[in-house]
Design a binder for this molecule. Structure first.
Ligand SMILES: *Cc1c(COP(=O)(O)O)cnc(C)c1O
Length: 492
């Protein structure tokens, strides 16, 4: 299996090469030359397997550089003690809980595995330089990547997050990160600024040359990296199998999946699972008031020229959804010229328009909606009251839009809703939604939440209270390279 760039389909890379590079040299994203498909009975054969086995079999179809036993070893190491339960909530609604990893968000599923994949990929392609991973985060990727890569030999990691644009728990998780190879920098800007800044560093040949002299090569842990996307395909397949086992759906019958969406990585993974042959009817794309994707899916016009809103679901406060580029490539019949045109228009005028058959194909497979802040708070309250189920604001966006979809279409297929973060990562917002007001700091909010729900504040949150802050750097958007250059760009 080889991968092409969405901006140049004559460029070819192996899976290992794509994982090491992160981004294609032309700034495009790697896309499979052919979409792998489940062999007949291939999915059913995994019904009784455990999660690492299911994940390894699915990854093996995408990463043909590696032998199945090697992938299995990596998955076992990454997912030991990692639970990914599907909870049936009645009325055909199911929650896929992806937040039981070390940093309490779904990003852990990919980022616990990525260090293993990156190490094996580096060896496979004969990369002898040290790897410097740059991450732009809207809150959860940063911590999950830091946790995955802290003290991994031969790798350093630098995370940029938007100052004031993440929750208090998210910020504390990052700035208290240990590990000599970690660095965390606040950026005076929003997530889109940070993401654009990182991409700029990536595609700057002068920086690449400078780093090369120092024996360093850049890579990415954002969902633009194939190594982030592929592990996410596995949990959709696995969740379906769990639903079959629980009798929620008959093997082969279709479900719908609703995903709270920001950078379009998680929902794209669900789409890839569907393309592999997973029986999924509609993918419901749920946004907060930063609803650029809702408009795009309804009209074909992608227009980022709009106000940027800070919300209680900060990991979805995004107006430039990077991974959409991969879907555009597919929808345009792998027309790299058209994708280049879309992306050039996006960066010069801030918009582009999808039309004709490509738009029809998009709308045949996806349905989109958005929830404003009041709807999110209502959903948290209602889901707790009706189902005794506590959800975080991102997950609440998805539940709300899943209900909207069902009401609008009458489609009663079983609905799998992706629960992307622990409510305790956003304790203040969740408590405000439930109790109408929140007093005290975020830790006090979590304790009140725990008392209300009869649960306990997860240790990963409670422990932040006493952890020393290790990272205080802050920089302007224009100076992101300047913030890290003294460490990695020069001889020290
Ligand atoms: C990252 C994140 C999202 C959005 O996922 P994308 O892959 O960027 O679309 C949603 N919810 C939470 C909690 C997240 O951390």
């Amino acid at each position: 299996m080889r991968y092409v760039s969405t901006r140049d389909d004559t460029a070819r890379a192996s899976g290992a090469q794509a994982i090491v590079s992160g981004l294609a040299p032309d700034g495009g994203l790697y896309f499979p030359e052919h979409m792998p498909r489940f062999a007949p009975e291939g999915l059913a054969a995994l019904l009784t397997a455990d999660y690492p086995t299911r994940a390894a079999h699915i990854l093996a179809q995408w990463l043909t550089d590696f032998a199945l036993p090697d992938l299995l070893g990596m998955c076992r190491a990454a997912y030991a003690g990692f639970d990914l339960p599907v909870k049936a909530l009645g009325d055909g609604l199911h929650a896929l809980e992806l937040f039981h990893g070390p940093t309490l968000a779904f990003k852990d599923v990919a980022l616990q595995l990525l260090p293993h994949l990156l190490k094996a990929s580096g060896e496979f392609v004969g990369e002898s330089r040290d790897i410097l991973i740059l991450v732009a985060t809207s809150g959860d990727t940063g911590k999950a990547a830091l946790e995955g890569f802290a003290d991994v030999p031969g790798v350093s990691i630098c995370v940029f997050y938007p100052e004031g644009g993440v929750s208090e728990a998210q910020r504390l998780q990052m700035v208290t990160q240990t590990g000599d190879n970690t660095r965390v920098v606040a950026v005076r800007g929003n997530f889109d600024d940070a993401q654009t800044g990182v991409k700029k560093i990536f595609t700057d040949p002068a920086i690449a040359a400078l780093l090369d002299e120092r024996g360093v090569v850049l890579s990415s842990a954002n969902s633009i990296n194939l190594g982030r996307l592929l592990p996410q395909i596995a949990y959709y397949c696995s969740a379906y199998l769990d639903m079959v086992k629980a009798g929620s759906v008959a093997m082969g019958d279709e479900i719908n999946i609703c995903v709270p969406t920001g950078n379009f990585g998680n929902i794209l993974a669900a789409h890839f699972a569907r393309e592999m042959g997973l029986p999924v009817h509609t993918l419901v794309c749920a946004s907060n008031v930063n609803n650029v994707l809702t408009d795009f899916m309804r009209t074909g016009v992608y227009d980022r020229n709009r106000a940027f809103h800070l919300t209680t679901s900060p990991s979805m406060d995004i107006l430039i959804s990077s991974n959409l580029e991969r879907l555009l490539f597919e929808l345009s019949d792998r027309d790299d010229g058209q994708v280049r045109g879309f992306m050039a228009a996006l960066s010069s005028t801030g918009q582009y328009r999808l039309t004709g058959a490509a738009l029809e194909r998009l709308q045949a497979g996806f349905w989109a909606g958005f929830a404003d802040e009041q709807a999110v708070a209502d959903e948290i309250k209602q889901t707790f009251a009706a189902q005794n189920y506590l959800i975080d604001p991102h997950t609440a966006v998805a539940f709300r839009i899943a209900r909207d979809y069902r009401a609008a279409t009458g489609d009663a297929r079983p609905m799998l809703v992706t629960a992307t973060a622990s409510p305790y990562k956003f304790g203040r917002a969740v408590l405000e939604a439930l109790a109408g007001a929140a007093v005290g700091d975020d830790f006090a909010c979590c304790d009140q939440l725990a008392a209300l729900s009869g649960q306990q504040t997860p240790e990963a949150i409670a422990a932040l209270k006493t952890r020393p802050v290790r990272h205080r750097a802050i920089c302007d958007i224009a100076d992101m390279w300047g913030a890290i250059e003294p460490i990695w760009g020069q001889n020290s």
